[in-house]
Structures are given as C-alpha cells and as structure tokens.
Ligand binder design. Structure first.
Ligand code: IPM
Ligand code: MG
Length: 356
C-alpha cells in the first residue's frame, strides 16, 4: 500500500505532519511519499500540480492532502493558481464522490454558533458530486457581449452541466451510503430554475426506485441552506451537485463547532481516494502552530477505512480523537472557557498518546 502525502500550503504542512505522526504509530504496513502541491509547488517548479506530483497521486492507493492557496497567488493566471492543483487532482483521478460528514461531538456542542439543542447529536453526511457541474463545464471564459443587457461590454460566463451517467453514479453512492445509515436521502437541487438540476432531480428520482428501502426527498438549495441552520438534525444523507455541495458543506461545518473538525474523502470508481480536511489553507494562522489538526487526523481515519481496508485502525483513531476532546484539550478554534488551550503539535501528540 502506498500513500501519497501532499501537505500543500499554509497550515497544510502543519496539520498533515500531525496526521502522518498518528499514522506512523499505528504500525501498519504502508509506504509514504511526499510531494509539493499548490503554491509550494508553484514556487519550486512553476506549476501548482507538477507532473511528478500528479503521477505520484495516480500511482498511490490513497492521497493524504493538506490544503492549498494563499492570497498572494490571487493575481496569477488561473491555471497557475494553487486551487487548480486540487481541481486537477479531482479531475485526473476521477474523484467524483466527495463525502463530507458533519458530526457534532458531544464535547463540542457549545462551540457551535447554533443553540445546543439544535446541534446536539448531529450526524449528517453530505455527498457532493465533485467532477462535474459549473466547476468543470465548458465553455467558460471572458469576452465582449454580443447580446444580453449590455451588448458591447465585457462579460464572463461559465457552463453548468450534468450528464445522466454523472448523476446516476453519484445517486447510487448516496443511496448505498444511506443503506448503511438511517435510510434517508435528501437530494438538493434548483429544479425550479435550472435545466441542469431538473435533470438531476429526474435522474435521482429514477435511481431511487432501485432503492425502495431508502426514503428520498427533494429540496431546493435555498431552502436546504435555511433548513441546515433551522433544523439540521432533520437531515441524514444529503446528495447534491458540485457547487451547491461546496457551499452547503461549509455551512454544515459550522453546525459542528468548527470547520477545523471536519474530514472529507473523495473517491473514484476504484475506491482510490483523496483525503483532506474540509477547511482550507488558512494563511492568516499559518506558521503559528495553532491550527486544529483533528480534521486531517480524522481524514486519515477515513482513508484507512475507505481506501486501505483498515477499519479497526480507523476506529482506533476516531476513538483517540474522542478521548482527547474528553480530556478537555482544545485548539483555539474550538476553545471555550473551562477547557485547556493547546497548539497543533500538542494536539497531535495527545492523539498519539491516546492511541497507545
Ligand atoms: C473545497 C474548496 C475547493 C472547492 C477550492 C479550494 C477549489 O472550497 O474543497 O470545498 O471549491 O471545491
Ligand atoms: Mg469549499
């Protein structure tokens, strides 16, 4: 088994180091190889996703990814910006199924910006389609408008599109995930306005007929955003497109107290996966040793479960994370009065200790 380690930028290097530390003490048989990605790769090789990094990721059984991006790259041509690395990996590895669980740990209910009773016991799974939609649709670009409200002026455009097979396969992923949980799927769309999401809704409904044991309902994305902060526990598995999933998963993250707690898995049809925290590179706190490594450590647990067939090791990590929270250890993002504030490395060390 081979794991490609791609720490990336900002806090990425700090949090991935903690996850690697945790993996190493488990004493499993796997090889790791580290490579640059994002802004770090741009600095060294002039490209955010160098060929060697892409090849390493493709050849590995799993990729453990930190985060990419920094404001200082915002003026680069788009193909050279750090974000293109993660989009390129998703596309080139065919990682169409993105799992973003949002679990509110009992120890952290008071870290959420929502009332305790709304989030206590929350356990939802957002399944985001990750290689289609307006993120990848062609054509896109800038031009001089020949029609519309202001012909002759500069305009920009993107293409939202989904094909039937793309919707079918993510729908199957969602229904199968629901079978292992409470057998409920909410499909989020904007079928009242967009053709793309009318097809989405039709296809998800059709695939749903093959899963009579799973209850399916449909929700418009604006309503879903509202319901997520009104009554989040009404959801179980949520399946949606690339852009809606991007937005809703950040909102769902805050229900759990901090986006610093949220792992994610992105899988292709061969169960090869890329595992990354749902948060970004947080350049504002990078290098200060205060970033929360738990989302990355939990992502490593998802990696063991989904791609490396090590469910016991995954469960051990998850238990250890639970234990350090019970001990009252908190990075600043989840700190509340009466708990003990720790830094990135201390948190990683505590997880290692809890494992032993
Ligand atoms: C995410 C991020 C990415 C996305 C960015 C960094 C390209 O926000 O993984 O949610 O938009 O998908
Ligand atoms: Mg996002």
């Amino acid at each position: 088994m081979k794991i490609a380690i791609l720490p990336g930028d900002g806090i990425g290097t700090e949090i991935v180091a903690e996850a690697v530390k945790v993996l190493k003490v488990l004493d499993l048989k796997f090889e790791t190889e580290t490579a640059l990605v994002g802004g770090a790769a741009y600095e060294a090789f002039g490209h955010p996703l160098p060929d060697a990094t892409l090849k390493l990721a493709k050849d590995a059984d799993a990729v453990l990814f930190g985060a990419v991006g920094d404001w200082k790259y915002d003026t680069l041509d788009r193909p050279l910006r750090p974000e293109q690395a993660i989009l390129g990996l998703r596309k080139n590895l065919g990682l169409f199924a993105n799992f973003r669980p949002a679990i509110c740990y009992a120890q952290l209910v008071d870290a959420s910006s929502l009332k305790r009773e709304l989030v206590s016991g929350l356990d939802i799974l957002i399944i985001r389609e990750l290689t289609g939609d307006i993120y990848f649709g062609q054509p896109r670009g800038r031009r001089i408008a020949t029609d519309g409200h202001f012909p002759g002026s500069e305009e920009a455009f993107d293409t939202m599109r989904y094909s039937r097979p793309e919707i079918e396969r993510i729908a199957h992923v969602a229904f199968q995930a629901a079978r292992k949980r409470s057998k409920r799927v909410t499909s989020v769309d904007k079928a009242n306005v967009l053709e793309t999401f009318q097809l989405w809704k039709d296809v998800v409904t059709e695939i749903g007929l093959q899963y009579p044991d799973v209850a399916l309902d449909h929700m418009y994305v604006d309503n879903a955003a509202m319901q997520l902060v009104r009554a989040p526990k009404k959801f179980d598995v949520v399946v949606t497109g690339n852009m809606f999933g991007d937005i809703l998963s950040d909102a769902a993250a805050m229900l759990t107290g901090s986006i610093g707690m949220l792992p994610s898995a992105s899988l292709n049809d061969k169960n090869q996966g890329l595992y990354e925290p749902s948060h970004g590179s947080a350049p504002d706190i990078a290098g200060k040793g205060v970033a929360n490594p738990l989302a990355t450590i939990l992502s490593a647990a998802m990696m063991l479960r989904f791609s490396l067939n090590q469910p016991e090791a995954a469960a051990r990590i998850e238990k250890a994370v639970d234990a350090v929270l019970t001990q009252g250890l908190r990075t600043p993002d989840i700190y509340s009065e009466g708990t003990q504030k720790v830094g990135t490395v201390e948190m990683g060390d505590a997880v290692v200790k809890a494992l032993n």
